[in-house]
Design a protein around this ligand. Structure first.
Ligand SMILES: Cc1cc2nc3c(=O)[nH]c(=O)nc-3n(C[C@H](O)[C@H](O)[C@H](O)COP(=O)(O)OP(=O)(O)OC[C@H]3O[C@@H](n4cnc5c(N)ncnc54)[C@H](O)[C@@H]3O)c2cc1C
Ligand code: FES
Length: 269
């Protein structure tokens, strides 16, 4: 339960409201190595403690988080500079089943900040491209200015990853796609009988993605989503993150859609 002291080693402003921080231990203690899709509890004295996904390459040993400023605590994390101190607990939760996706076509679908927990999966594909079949990354953002990790898309494409971007609205100078990320799914060229999909974004977006993927022939057992719920302890004790019979902090956040899809239809659950 005790946060381990860390310091910011690198700060990247991604968009107007989103910042990526790389952090390193400030003393002898460090958290365990993470797996793609897991999250940490980040603690800032006087601001609070919030769950944030690990957005960096799990194989590089560097601990990276990307935070969107939505309230008091997340805004305080976005204001941190190199050298500033914070506390880290984790890593917590289930992970994307990247090993089971080896040898298969893989579809990664992200809406907004949802790309953060999926970037470690993309890093894994980039590092071990030969282990996977066709890989598509579908990215949706509100506007072109809200796109995350734009400078990395060329690297991903150079590793034979089909990266497609769409935005909800754009200025006249935008030459890319406008529309929902779900509209890109019917155009995917994958072996749906064996492919796996990993999806992160608002719940309504994940539900419609699952529907489109099912229409392509992809079984709900091989569609994975990641759930967000308010969290306090992150170790299954306090009940803040309850979602039906589950505690998202330990039973999730990554789930097969087949398990949580029906629950996502229940309002306010
Ligand atoms: C497992 C997990 C991983 C996450 N990973 C990331 C990440 O990588 N990057 C990132 O920017 N954010 C992530 N979040 C969301 C992040 O934890 C919240 O944005 C943060 O807790 C908000 O705290 P705050 O004090 O800044 O805002 P608050 O004052 O608590 O809330 C501000 C607004 O955001 C809404 N809100 C707060 N928490 C959540 C939540 N968990 N889900 C939906 N709406 C919420 C509130 O209803 C309110 O409208 C993750 C959440 C979970 C559960
Ligand atoms: S955050 Fe306490 S049980 Fe999940």
């Amino acid at each position: 339960m005790l946060p381990i002291p860390y310091r910011v080693t690198r700060r990247v402003r991604e968009t107007a409201d989103t910042v990526t921080l790389a952090v390193a231990p400030a003393g002898p203690d460090a958290i365990r190595r993470h797996r793609p899709g897991q999250f940490n509890m980040l603690y800032l004295f006087g601001a609070g403690e919030i769950p944030i996904s690990i957005s960096g390459d799990a194989e590089r040993g560097e601990l990276v988080h990307t935070t969107r400023a939505v309230g008091a605590a997340s805004r305080a994390f976005c204001r941190l500079e190199e050298g500033d101190a914070l506390g880290v607990r984790g890593p917590f939760g289930t992970h994307w089943p990247v090993d089971q996706a080896r040898g298969r076509d893989l579809v990664i679908i992200a809406g907004g900040i949802g790309l953060a927990p999926l970037r470690p999966v993309i890093d894994r594909v980039v590092n071990h491209r030969g282990e996977f079949g066709r890989v598509s990354v579908l990215i949706g953002a509100r506007t072109p200015a809200d796109l995350l990790y734009g400078s990395e898309h060329a690297t991903w494409r150079a590793r034979d990853i089909d990266v497609r971007v769409t935005v909800d609205a754009a200025p006249g100078s935008w030459r890319g796609r406008i529309g929902f990320v779900t509209q890109l799914i019917p155009t995917l060229r994958i072996d749906a009988r064996a492919a796996a999909a990993m999806v992160c974004g608002p719940e309504i977006m994940m539900r419609f993605c699952a529907r489109e993927l099912r229409a392509l022939g992809l079984a709900e057992e091989r569609v994975y989503v990641t759930m967000e719920r308010s969290m306090k302890c992150a170790i299954g004790l306090c009940g803040h993150c309850q979602f039906g019979p589950d505690f998202v902090c330990k039973d999730g956040p990554v789930y097969p859609y087949a398990r949580v899809g029906p629950r996502m239809l229940i309002r306010e659950l």
